[in-house]
Design a binder for this molecule. Structure first.
Ligand SMILES: Cc1ncc(COP(=O)(O)O)c(C=O)c1O
Length: 403
């Protein structure tokens, strides 16, 4: 066999050595970030695709034969525009929406349009790792904003921005997941959103609103989008079809003021996202959005109930607390501060229960505040497995001296 060719002196300065590990699943997998495969409307999506082809095969073939428009399939953008009006209370035209390869791509494009290395960017003090990774990749200096069970605390945000400005570190923008936050499960009330918008205007600081989980509400009232409360352009709005339907479809979208759209799309390589997936999603959701949510969200509620009931049974009296979200996928578990569940995560995983340790979500990546916390996804396993897995988690925490 020939000697293997060495690239050691050839890699670009910006390249990073990125592992390509495949995800391992624990027996009770609370570490994932998506709903269960059996809730995926496979038949409905395939039928929608078939119906579209049957009704005008020439049109679909012609569309498929070209590279998709940079903004993505027109029909899905039109559908997305009507969905935003109906569900989120603001209206933007189909040409003001860009479909992307998942909302992760949209977030990355906006980050690149707004971030120079060293820029201070604010986010909830625990926040979605995918965005943290992208912010770090583009050199952002991320600072966590104080939160409570209702999400960002507006007064704390205002004080923090004032202090940053006083020290010459004016934040560039705020990234927030206002509805069923990842990882804490909190939702910002309309009052807090209005207060945060006031603060944003006072300091000339845009808000990057990530509405990834908004369709997954099974209790309480959906709160108005930041974008619905403010049409000045200060809000950049990002959302996804991943959690409502399936991450494998890779379809998300964003809308922003024309100047921000143009700058963000300037970083887009290649054409719009997969046309086949766009046809299936548009056809399926146009006829089945309500019935899909009506089937799917009560199941999520049962799963949350099972997990929370098992936490009550197995963690009561331990000093642990946990969030009880009204939607989304995650319960946020907080053990007493002396308990380091980040250090035992791998052992517990091998023994059958997967979770993501709180340290992974720290905006400032200090590794300090999240050691006693974990994100538990209740959406993936069955209610029974949620019950059993949490009981086992309690036993394993005791075994490892964490409870
Ligand atoms: C808050 C949040 N935003 C964005 C994403 C990215 O999702 P996708 O790229 O599949 O749309 C995720 C995925 O877990 C998420 O939790």
């Amino acid at each position: 066999m020939a000697d293997s060719f060495s690239y050691d002196t050839l890699f670009s300065k910006n390249s990073t050595d990125t592992p390509t590990n495949f995800v391992k699943h624990a027996k009770y997998d609370f570490a994932v970030a998506y709903p269960a495969p059996e809730t995926l409307p496979m038949d409905g999506l395939i039928q929608a695709l078939q119906t579209a082809v049957d009704s005008d095969s020439g049109k679909i073939a012609a569309e498929m034969a070209y590279y998709p428009h940079q903004l993505g399939a027109r029909e899905l953008r039109e559908y997305t525009s009507s969905k935003l009006t109906a569900d989120r209370g603001f209206t933007v035209g189909a040409d003001e929406i860009a479909l992307t390869n998942g909302s992760g791509e949209a977030i990355g494009l906006v980050i690149q349009a707004l971030t120079d290395p060293g820029d201070v960017v604010l986010a909830e003090e625990y926040v979605y790792m995918g965005t943290l990774n992208q912010l770090r990749r583009f050199g952002a200096d991320i600072r966590g904003v104080a939160i409570d069970e209702g999400g960002i605390i507006p007064d704390a945000l205002d004080r923090q921005i004032a202090a940053l400005i006083a020290s010459g570190e004016k934040p560039k923008y705020l990234y927030t997941i206002p509805e069923h936050q990842n990882p804490t499960g909190s939702t910002l009330s309309a009052e807090r959103r209005k207060a945060i918008l006031k603060i944003a205007h006072k300091h000339g600081m845009p808000i990057l609103e990530d509405d990834c989980y908004v369709d997954l509400r099974f209790e309480g009232d959906t709160q108005p989008a930041f974008r619905a409360l403010d049409d000045s352009g200060i809000v950049v709005y990002v959302a996804s079809y991943s959690k409502l339907l399936a991450p494998g479809l890779r379809l998300g979208y964003f809308t922003a003021s024309p100047a921000v759209m143009r700058r963000a799309l300037g970083f887009k390589l290649g054409s719009g996202p997969n046309q086949f997936a766009a046809v299936a999603i548009e056809g399926f959701l146009r006829n089945n959005l309500d019935s899909h949510r009506d089937n799917f969200n009560p199941l999520l509620q049962q799963k949350r109930n099972a997990m929370v009931a098992s936490l009550e049974e197995n963690f009561a009296g331990s000093g642990a607390t946990w969030s009880v979200p009204q939607g989304g996928c995650y319960v946020w578990l907080m053990m007493p501060e002396s308990s380091d569940i980040s250090a035992i995560r791998d052992k517990v995983f091998e023994q059958g229960v997967g979770y993501v340790a709180g340290t992974n979500f720290e905006a400032d990546s200090s590794g300090r505040i999240g050691r006693n916390c974990a994100r538990l996804c209740f959406a993936f396993e069955s209610p029974q497995k949620n019950t059993e897995g949490i009981a086992l988690l309690g036993q394993l925490f005791k075994q490892h001296g964490a409870m």
